[in-house]
Write a protein that binds this ligand. Sequence first.
Ligand SMILES: C[S@@+](CC[C@H](N)C(=O)[O-])C[C@H]1O[C@@H](n2cnc3c(N)ncnc32)[C@H](O)[C@@H]1O
Length: 218
Amino acid sequence: MRGFHPSLVAFDSLPLAERLFVRARLFSAPLEAMAARARGTRLLDVGCGHGVLAALLAIGFPERSVVGIDPDARKIDWARRSVGRFPNVRLEATTVDALAQLEAASFDSVFVADVLYLLPPAQWPTFLSACRALLAPRGRLVLKEAEDDGSWRAKKTLWQEQLMVRVLGRTHESGAVGFEPRETLIRALEETGFSIRESAPMTRGYTTPHVIFVAECA
Ligand SMILES: C[S@@+](CC[C@H](N)C(=O)[O-])C[C@H]1O[C@@H](n2cnc3c(N)ncnc32)[C@H](O)[C@@H]1O
């Protein structure tokens, strides 16, 4: 059943509100579909939040090493207290730029789930270039965003995320809360030197217009 996964056991020690949050996160976003697109054993989750995707990637896969980073120290604290207890997981409160300075070309797959909408599009090239710098040769980027397709889903998602960022203060933003059309996402990836291997819209059964991209260095 969606929203339930064995790896969520990692979050059992968190307070109820956080446990409900991670369950809702797994229910409302195709994180399992992202995890299924992992390649290689050195995996990085940029903007990992509580670490739900990191848990899907790491738990039950001892041969993998999973790094999760997020600029929000509160989120990293929740992640460390849960998925961070697994020996193949490392969590850092840092930025993708800072990590790229230290660990360039170190990852087989880099994941970015619902982060770009928190940055002004003018900052996407810098962010995506840092993701690219972190990838080893033949590495892949697995990116998920909500797209602005003009639908009721897009309007609902914008309203919901403004609530999360501006009213409830649960999500740390980096200068924006907004969604862009799929073409803008594709252009940003291509202009950063990525070649898109897969573009998978996922709206069926969701109230958010999700789209997953798998991209490789061109
Ligand atoms: C909607 S949450 C998604 C969390 C996680 N990726 C997931 O799918 O559950 C957005 C996350 O992006 C993080 N974030 C905000 N600005 C960021 C930035 N400039 N770089 C990386 N992460 C950022 C936030 O702190 C937050 O944890």
